[in-house]
Ligand binder design. Structure first.
Ligand code: HEC
Length: 164
């Protein structure tokens, strides 16, 4: 394949990704869509595991809702830092940015914590099994629209590729 032919193919893939990331209008004003340029499109997202969603809802109610709110809406004014410089708990529904992160990163955040000095987000690796953490993440996914689901699946799939 000649050099110019390669760049046409790459550009077409990038344009498709940007379109996929921006359509639907589900994106709240002011939030940032990470740049997916150069990433191959993933296969369609897998169906949600409804048993895991149900189990995850109960785990969420017990371990997460006190800070992130029972309806996943987070703490009020979650974009404004607290007096000590830490941030309030963000929403986990489509209005937050949980869906910007891959399964791998979300699992890591919940299990061993956020790499943010002074963060109020606890770690759960000693209280929840990997399956329970997976279930709670599956529950969060069930609150997203198709665009957020597709986006989060894309970053998850991309991170699972051998050359990523
Ligand atoms: C004691 C309050 C508290 C509890 C309980 C809590 N969180 Fe958090 N969580 C936070 C705060 C505060 C942040 C924001 C931290 C920061 O930016 O420093 C956060 C951030 C997060 C993030 C990162 C979100 C993003 O957009 O980057 C994830 C994911 C998360 N929490 C998941 C969970 C899950 C799942 C549970 C339950 C298993 C849970 N949290 C329980 C306070 C809490």
């Amino acid at each position: 394949m000649s050099r110019s032919r390669v760049s046409v193919v790459v550009l077409a893939a990038v344009a498709g990704m940007l379109l996929a990331a921006c359509t639907g209008g589900g994106e709240p004003a002011g939030s940032t869509i990470p740049n997916l340029a150069g990433i191959d499109p993933a296969p369609p997202p897998p169906e949600l595991d409804h048993e895991a969603v149900e189990a995850g809802e109960a785990i969420y109610g017990q371990y997460c809702a006190s800070c992130h709110a029972a309806d996943l809406s987070g703490q009020p004014n979650w974009k404004t830092p607290n007096a000590d410089g830490s941030y309030p708990a963000p929403p986990h529904d489509a209005s937050g940015h949980t869906w910007h992160h891959s399964d791998q990163l979300l699992t890591q955040i919940v299990s061993v914590g956020l790499d943010v000095p002074g963060t109020q987000m606890p770690t759960f690796g000693d209280q929840l099994t990997d399956a329970e953490i997976g279930a709670v993440i599956e529950y969060l996914k069930s609150s997203w629209g198709p665009d957020e689901r597709a986006f989060q699946w894309q970053v998850t799939w991309q991170e699972s590729q051998p050359d990523s």
